[in-house]
Design a protein around this ligand. Structure first.
Ligand code: NDP
Ligand code: 2IT
Length: 449
């Protein structure tokens, strides 16, 4: 296994995040391979870590002043053993092939856990939507889709949103796909309700995260009622994580963006959260403005010279990171343990670095890794695909009930796999093992392809 990891590192030395994601999975599925000689003979680890297909393309677009810009577009089609490639698109200046590969790799296991028939993929661009006009974002999305359309389709590869890609971008991308292919199909999820979207999809990742976290708390006969929660981010996942936490009686005291965070000791109420939604989704402003609106809040800008994030160093029982990868390091995790944190549930993908994960596990925290805890988003994407195929739409309660059932089932599956491999309560091992076994068995059924 060490050889496989060193080969991956040698082949693509700059893909740090991909190496990190692979190392975590390889470490935890080792006992599965030890028990199953056939898996080793069939080189399943080597196969599952190599994308089925990588697409990289030029995305030229013109800004409002007539200046030409060139960005790079990506789609990594990682694994289609259990269904069409499925996963989001990320538009952020930090995007590169290594980041998209790590996200696509995580997606394979996450989608497997959802119980729905979806393979794994991810895509995006180093385009930065911040500060761009709607017209510029539209031209960029159209150019991006004018290449991507030939590689995707409702039975081939179904993209969705991620960082920097929300309802606005999905609309522009869908419009261009429809024009080029001359067909109206469910090729993207996260669509608006009026043209094929599903109720609860915008809420799904955040709500699902809290449903998963509530399941973890229940194993210790606890609920969110009265618990203080630290949430990072202020985008889609953070907003609906906070919304469900507030609904369940928790006291949410933080939100953030890449410039800094706010701490509101009086608690973020449903009304204050509505202010955040308008601020971020309509005005596209910064979280700093929350502290200008509400005097109970203090804003702290990011200080890049610090070796920790002060957002994570407040007294709380629960932590729900919902911004981005590696936002929690070992120092942050040690601070959390000292401050009495009992639960960490990841809305973001890989927000905790390996040192932080070790601390969570050593201290027996209820630690829900992203590929289990944030699977509600892609699960409802799967439900959106199902509704599109049937050309009908389910009521809100029906989708929410299915989401709850799926999160319950993922939680049970993780605990069961962890138990079977004698690491009881270890959701990291449980999620990786359960996700892995299902995909690998499907790959073996389908032969060497
Ligand atoms: P959004 O674009 O809606 O929001 C992203 C939030 O995270 C913003 O507040 C943003 O701040 C902040 N952020 C982004 N990059 C950084 C960074 N480098 N440092 C600090 N803060 C940062 O994205 P989502 O809410 O959709 O995604 C958040 C996380 O959840 C990601 O890890 C994503 O992969 C994951 N996820 C999303 C799903 C979905 O359905 N949308 C499903 C499952 C996981 P700023 O505005 O300053 O950039
Ligand atoms: O990371 C993720 O699971 C997502 N960004 C959502 C993917 C999807 O296809 O809904």
């Amino acid at each position: 296994m060490e050889k496989i990891i060193s080969q991956i590192k040698e082949k693509d030395p700059n893909q740090r995040e991909f190496h990190q994601a692979v190392e975590e999975v390889v470490e935890t599925v080792k006992p599965v391979l030890d028990r199953n000689l056939e898996y080793r003979r069939q080189a399943v680890l080597e196969r599952i870590t190599e994308p089925e297909r990588v697409i990289m393309f030029r995305v030229p677009w013109m800004d409002d002043d007539g200046q030409v810009h060139i960005n790079r577009g990506f789609r990594v089609e990682m694994n289609s053993a259990i269904g069409p490639y499925k996963g989001g698109l990320r538009f952020h200046p930090s995007v590169n092939l290594g980041i998209i590969k790590f996200l696509a790799f995580e997606q394979v296991f996450k989608n497997s856990l959802t119980t729905l028939a979806m393979g794994g993929g991810k895509g995006g661009s180093d385009f930065d939507p911040k500060g761009k006009s709607d017209a510029e974002v539209m031209r960029f999305c159209q150019s991006f889709m004018s290449e991507l359309y030939r590689h995707i389709g409702p039975n081939t590869d179904v993209p969705a949103g991620d960082i920097g890609v929300g309802a606005r971008e999905i609309g522009y991308l869908f419009g261009m796909y429809k024009k080029l292919k001359n067909e109206f199909t469910g090729v993207l999820t996260g669509k608006s309700l009026a043209w094929g979207g599903s109720l609860i999809r915008p809420e799904a990742t955040g709500y699902g995260n809290v449903y998963f976290a509530a399941e973890m708390l229940q194993t210790r006969e606890q609920t969110f009622e009265g618990k203080t929660c630290l949430v990072s981010g202020s985008g889609n996942v953070a907003q609906f994580t906070a919304e469900k936490l507030i609904e369940l009686g928790a006291r949410v005291v933080t939100l953030s963006d890449s410039s800094g965070y706010i701490l509101d000791e009086e608690g973020i109420t449903a009304e204050k959260l509505q202010f955040v939604k308008t601020l971020k989704n309509v005005r596209r402003g910064r979280i700093r403005e929350y502290a200008e609106e509400y005097k109970s809040a203090v804003y702290t800008p990011v200080d890049p010279s610090l070796n920790h994030n002060p957002l994570w160093n407040h007294k709380a029982e629960c932590v729900l990171p919902c911004a981005t990868e590696n936002e929690i390091n070992g120092v942050d995790a040690a601070n959390m343990v000292r401050n009495g944190v009992v639960l960490v549930s990841e809305g973001a993908n890989m927000p905790s670095n390996p040192a932080a994960i070790d601390i969570f596990i050593d201290n027996r925290l209820l630690y829900g890794p992203g590929k289990a805890a944030n699977a509600g988003g892609v699960a409802v994407s799967g439900l959106e695909m199902a509704q599109n195929s049937m050309r009908l739409s389910w009521p809100k309660d029906e989708v929410d009930t299915r989401l709850k059932q799926i999160m319950h089932s993922i939680h049970k599956t993780c605990l069961h796999a962890a138990e079977e491999y004698r690491v009881p309560g270890n959701y990291v091992a449980g999620a990786n093992i359960a996700g892995f076994v299902k995909v690998v068995n499907a790959m073996l059924d389908q032969g060497l392809v």
